[in-house]
Write a protein that binds this ligand. Structure first.
Ligand code: BGC
Length: 760
């Protein structure tokens, strides 16, 4: 079935665009300007703006890289933070608030969520992305879309696909094998499309295995529409279309921004000279008309309560902070102590990244002020310690002033991280280091301080070496959005118990990361040579330790686990139960992480993969028994030969992890999987695959032996081992060998037999 002529689209097309001229239909397919579509009779214009963690509605000069001002809106925690919350309900709530703000600013489609996988910690847009893991990304991405779309505002799931770096992003070819695409880079998109019905999907700038995403029919039509059932509109990333007609044929409906009519003319000419099928124009025009109807802001503009949204941004930021280290219970800060707050980031917080997602916040919390409010003015000393705006020569003086305060305080809190100019859309980082004067400040303070706490502000992860062991506590404060200052104070003072977990590994060194030798590529190509071994999948499988593993995060309370059990459901699903108890003295939230380890498979497989998770809040002493379901996909790998998900029969381990590295409990389970569901054979299947095939193997042996004399049969028995030597030969070669001679016709009959419906 050609999805471009499905009943739904045709019906919509019939209704809305049948009376339009080709000029009008073509003009629906290219933006009117930077942020809106062209109106035609019966189909008003719609507005689409960034996204993802705030609404960047520009009124004056427009641009897609955040240079020009936009109207104030709440800067919620960017993806890097929200990903670490591991909390889909919270993300959905943030989505609802974003939807309300979009309505209030007359925005029909919000350009988010950004759900590319963090392949390398260097990627300049990691601050916008959620995780290195497809399950965390997919579940949180789907929650975001659900939340925004409850308000009648559309979303744009981006950037589809394999857009995992900024270097040469508008031309580079991401060279990725199909299994890796299916298992790592596609699943989040697939989940969001299947579970949350996003209004649009945004295709990425890059090429995939040589073909631009915008011109990739396999990607935009075969996978997205036919396999996953997407029936919304495909929008280009801003400026991602190089050949408009080819993009339309591939399934790209709307080109953004507009080109002042140039591509409208191109489309019309292509239809007129017969190189472009007019029905494709009809189908895409109908989808844009459907998008307009779906996202029309009919009931007038809504209003939003900036104060309420700020409070939500603070709660979300606090839930996203990850407490990495807390020696001797340095945190939470005890009342009555004197605290030295050091580092300019305490006064000028770093709370978002640069580029198209840059939001004009309604209000920004300052960590220093929030700490003073929480602990008392007279309890908090402050020195900037370093200064982006100050002379380099004054660095030593600034540091000396900070050290002096550190000597007189009970605890020093050092605010360091990356400046906004260091992480942005459009370029990647070159290393994982903190600025030198930040590291120098940490060292100098740690040397004299009773207790040292480091609070990090960064979009992508930074290395914690070589100062890690010299400090008592480390708070990973990401880019937390406009209320991050309040959220940091909440965590440091214990008003909120930390519950964030790393959604990406923090390596010791850049050299320890999976993509190290293949990032960002060369000569226009980036080879995803690590395959499926991305992030923790690599660290755990290859046994290269990370400083902090994926899933790690401390709390001010403790949790224990008991009675981990797993039961199979049917052939290839399971249900996992575990009881979790808050064994400490504070209420707090834990994240139950279930990893699956597969038996030996015909493909290289990570030692464990996250297959389910749940965040749960418990009072001190409270226990809860949770059930987490594992579907067939949790046990499957993508078989590129047979073009399907395959489940190897055998024993799988079900592991409950405090992180991907720290396994607290483990059980095993027997999965029947595809036993007795052999792959269909082809002429190029190997001799082994033919002879061991449960249906065809016996038929083949029977056929061969039937044609032999008694004497030949005896000889053949002795030749079993010889056959093994031929096991790797493709059958079409083997069948022609002298003395074998299996007729082609018989092979074709057997191929049909291998496809027996009961075995599909
Ligand atoms: C970015 C997109 C963004 C678009 C519109 C592009 O440069 O890659 O994420 O939505 O601009 O601003």
């Amino acid at each position: 079935m050609n999805p471009l002529t499905t009943d739904t689209v045709e019906a919509a097309a019939g209704q809305s665009v049948q009376n339009l001229s080709i000029q009008e239909k073509a003009s629906l397919l290219s933006g009117r300007d930077f942020w809106s579509t062209a109106p035609v009779p019966g189909v008003p214009s719609i507005v689409m703006v960034d996204g993802p963690h705030g609404v960047r509605r520009q009124e004056g000069t427009a641009d897609n890289l955040g240079f020009h001002a936009s109207l104030p809106s709440t800067c919620f925690p960017p993806g890097t933070a929200l990903g670490s919350s591991w909390d889909p309900e919270l993300v959905e709530e943030v989505g609802r608030a974003l939807g309300r703000e979009a309505r209030a600013l007359s925005v029909n489609v919000l350009l988010g969520p950004a759900i590319n996988i963090k392949r390398s910690p260097l990627c300049g847009r990691n601050f916008e992305y959620l995780s290195e893991d497809p399950l965390v990304t997919g579940i949180l991405g789907a929650a975001y879309v659900r939340g925004v779309q409850t308000q009648g505002v559309g979303t744009s799931v981006k950037h589809f696909a394999a857009n995992n770096q900024e270097t040469d992003r508008m031309r580079v070819s991401s060279d990725v094998d199909e299994r890796t695409l299916r298992e790592i880079y596609f699943p989040a998109f697939e989940r969001v499309v299947r579970d949350s019905d996003p209004a649009t999907v945004m295709c990425s700038y890059n090429r995939i295995n040589g073909t631009y995403a915008s011109e990739n029919r396999w990607l935009l039509t075969d996978i997205l529409r036919t396999e996953w059932g997407f029936d919304g509109a495909v929008v280009s990333d801003w400026g991602a279309v190089s050949n408009r007609a080819a993009a339309l044929e591939a399934g790209l409906d709307l080109e953004m921004p507009g080109t002042d009519g140039a591509t409208v003319t191109e489309v019309i000419s292509a239809v007129e000279d017969g190189t472009l099928d007019a029905r494709l124009v009809d189908a895409s025009a109908a989808r844009i008309a459907a998008l307009q109807r779906r996202t029309a802001l009919d009931d007038g503009p809504a209003v939003f309560d900036a104060g309420e949204h700020h409070a939500l941004a603070r709660r979300a930021a606090a839930a996203s902070i990850v407490l990495l280290r807390n020696e001797n219970n340095t945190l939470p800060l005890r009342h009555g102590i004197t605290v030295a707050v050091l580092g300019e980031f305490a006064e000028q917080p770093r709370y978002q990244g640069g580029g198209s997602s840059h939001v004009n916040a309604t209000h920004v919390d300052v960590p220093l002020e929030e700490l003073r409010r929480a602990l008392g003015e007279d309890r908090v000393l402050y020195a900037p310690g370093f200064g982006s705006s100050r002379e380099a020569s004054s660095s030593a003086l600034l540091r000396a002033e900070a050290v002096d305060l550190a000597r007189h305080a009970d605890v020093s809190i050092v605010f360091v991280g990356l400046e906004e100019k260091e992480e942005s859309e459009g370029f990647d980082r070159a290393h994982l280091d903190l600025p030198e004067d930040h590291v120098a400040l940490i060292h100098a303070v740690a040397e004299v301080s009773n207790r040292t706490v480091v609070v990090l502000s960064n979009g992508g992860v930074v290395t914690l070496e070589p100062w890690h062991d010299d400090v008592d506590a480390i708070v990973e404060g990401w880019a937390l959005g406009q209320a991050g200052g309040g959220a940091i104070a909440d965590i440091l003072t214990g008003r909120t118990n930390p519950s964030g977990r790393l959604a990406e590994s923090i390596p010791f060194r850049l050299n320890d990361t999976a993509s190290f030798i293949n990032f960002p590529g060369e000569a226009g190509h980036v080879r995803y040579g690590e395959g499926v071994l991305v992030g923790y999948r690599y660290h755990e499988t290859v046994n290269v330790p990370a400083r902090y593993a994926f899933g790690h995060g401390l709390s001010y309370t403790t949790f224990s686990y008991s009675d981990l059990t797993a039961l199979t459901v049917g052939d290839d699903e399971a249900s996992v139960q575990v009881t979790v108890t808050n064994t400490g003295e504070h209420a707090g939230a834990d994240v139950i992480q279930i990893y699956v380890g597969a038996p030996e498979r015909p493909v290289r497989t990570p030692v464990r993969e996250l297959r389910a998770f749940r965040k749960v809040t418990l009072e001190p002493g409270e226990s809860r028994t949770l059930t987490l379901d594992l579907d067939r996909r949790a046990f499957a790998y993508y078989d590129v030969t047979d073009h399907r998900w395959a489940v190897t029969p055998g024993r799988y381990s079900i592991e409950l992890g405090r992180s991907s590295h720290d396994i607290a409990a483990r059980t095993t389970i027997s999965i029947h999987g595809d036993a007795g569901r052999p792959s269909p054979l082809s002429l190029t299947s190997t001799v082994e695959e033919w002879f061991t095939h449960p249906i065809v193997g016996p038929l083949l042996i029977e056929g061969i032996t039937a044609s032999l004399t008694e004497e030949q049969r005896h000889a053949a028995e002795g030749m079993q081992d010889g056959l093994k030597m031929a096991y790797s030969m493709p059958m079409n070669q083997f069948a022609k060998f002298p003395g074998v001679s299996i007729p082609l016709e018989s092979l074709h009959q057997l191929i049909e037999a291998s496809k027996e419906p009961s075995f599909q």
